[in-house]
Design a protein. Sequence first.
Length: 231
Amino acid sequence: MEHKEEHNSELELDHTLIETTHKVESFYNTNKKIINIASIALIVAVLGYFGFTKYYLEPLEKEAAASMFQAQTWFEADSFDLALKGQGDISGFETVADEYGLTKTGNLAHYYAGICYMRKGEYQNAIDQLDKFSTNNEMVGPLAIGLKGDAYVELNEIEKGAKLYMKAASMGHNKLTAPIFLKKAGIAYEALKENKDAISAYEKIKNEYSEAPESQEIEKYIARATAAQGN
């Protein structure tokens, strides 16, 4: 009896497999043209991507890096106008960012341009440039977000600045940048009279980044925000 049940079970399984196979074959036959076109398109896209990268992006990347070399030299010499706008046929960061936007160098040019505008006191222009910059780098990413926070604070949009500081502090929990931006966030929250959030930021420095320079006088900041909260 048990053998018969097993036999029946196997027959049912075989029947299911056959039925499924027929369904797949039927689907393929009905949609063969679409499936084949999609498959060819995928292969072309993959090959096209590698071709685009090797024969277009890679040479363009080298060209962009060469174009930005002088702008970086001006930047290091604090010649921010020249670094931004260039001179004659020599490109500045803005031109490199516009002309080589598909490249990593063009992306980085936005970051440099943002710093230049910050140093020039043109905070909205700095924000516009930094908004166009993206990176997964654990050091540069928080710095770019924190720099944008600085720009908003300078424009007296302190709430936006505080949120960006907290975002920068949370990115990878970088031991070098996180305590810097937590302290900036705390100060910004104090200015907004949001002392509970200020205390939270300061205590995070105390508890998680006790070896950072920002922790040395953090008790004073905690006490100040606590006293203000009680008033």
